[in-house]
Design a protein around this ligand. Sequence first.
Ligand code: MSP
Length: 514
Amino acid sequence: MTETTKSSFYLTTPIYYVNGAPHIGHAYTSIAADVLARWQRLDGRDVFFLTGTDEHGQKVEKAAQEAGIDPQGFSDQVSASFRAMADAMGVSYDDFIRTTEPRHKAACAELWRRLVSSGQIYLGHYEGWYAVRDEAFYGEDELVAGPDGSRLAPSGAPVEWVREPSYFFRLSQWQDRLLAFYEANPDFISPTARRNEVLSFVRGGLNDLSVSRTTFRWGVPVPGDPAHIMYVWLDALTNYLSAAGFPDEAAPRWRYWPADLHLVGKEIVRFHAVYWPAFLMAAGLAVPHRVYSHGWWTVEGEKMSKSVGNVVDPVALVGEFGLDAVRFFLLREVPFGNDGDFSRRALIGRMNGELANDLGNLAQRSLSLINKNLDGVLPARGPMTAPDSVLLAAVEALPELLRARFARCAFHEALEEVWKVIRAANAYIDHQAPWALRKTDTVRMGEVLRVLADVLRGVATLLQPFMPGAMGRMLDQLGVPETARGLDDLRAPLPAGTMLPAPAGIFPRYVEKA
Ligand code: MSP
């Protein structure tokens, strides 16, 4: 397919606040999005994958003050560390947007003007609770009591009473249209539990939303009234438009709009699934197709926090265990959408069990038999026995099975489908015992090794989005050219007679240092 005929896929991560260093929770969202972006590319789609940093608002301003640095200099530093994290995690983003960039501020100003001209914004006075940590307003009825009796946001964040002039967005007028939109687009929010939360929030009635602040300066000024700074969530959500070229509808990237998927953590679903479609509809813009919310990680059973001192640095983790193992673990360990717990024991267990034993040994055994007994030459397929056909049929069925799993962001299920085939291939090699055939029937030995090479090629091709480095090396060892590693290429068999390089172990066992 040529670039122009490919269907497009616009995928985003949240843009991360630059108030502190990146941790494993941020890496998780970005890695999951990256797996999907790589899968869509493998499947021949024209992908635009966006990530970046959210740099305005009181929370960042406060963090900069505490660090004794001006907010721009501070944002520059922390944004760079998020970019370095994305690079270290193998995140194949097409653009990294920063909300302090001129292109983004221009998009915010234009969106604001459109909301004003459609009569959706008015000047009033806000009085109520605000949580800087969440950058969110809360109603009295939403607050909970803290251990010392103080009022807290439902997230546990401290709240303060705010009283100031403010522009409002007429969110209260959007209840019916939002509900009609959710009904017409049942896949807009997933998983179902999150969809239900949003529905009940919107059914409960919506208040107009305060969309500007006057008590701090670090943000995008309101066009025509610079005493007001735009509410940081209106500013932040607009990043998805800015990166697509908005307001220039002739920009090459505007073809990607609306986004196909916003991948977000569960705590920010309301912003993406209620406020964002309301802003867009009010401005006469198309609404994204889907918002998928994943769960949260705890660490060794505890909530991750600076005060507990258990924050996991993803870059250090990759230094210790390797990138492919970390990426695999994060998507394998927990059904996507659920909460999960990170522990070294679980990570090492998956590395040694599923990577080293199941997949690594299968590849090493098959490839070294080809190397030693067939001079490294890939044999031809022979007449199929029943076990050969069953195993090959299982691997050939995988692309379709995985497409359906990826369409639902069911990454753990996609991996399980592949592992069923890997386990079946291990049973096959044990039964066929090609090492014994070497003495009794070398022709059949070659046929068995060819079946195994074909299985490994299918598996390695399909696992590339999860473990791009390790699977790239496996495909090298199988003699698959770099230009023939897409899903479509699986239809053509590898040419018999290809010389395979000497195999080298791909997943060594991890031994805990004493
Ligand atoms: N700046 C906003 C998002 C604006 S999007 C227009 C924000 N930033 S954040 O830095 O707080 O990052 C939020 C994202 O990081 C969450 O949505 C989630 O994807 C991820 N996570 C942060 N901590 C996490 C865990 N402990 N576990 C899993 N993911 C978590 O919110």
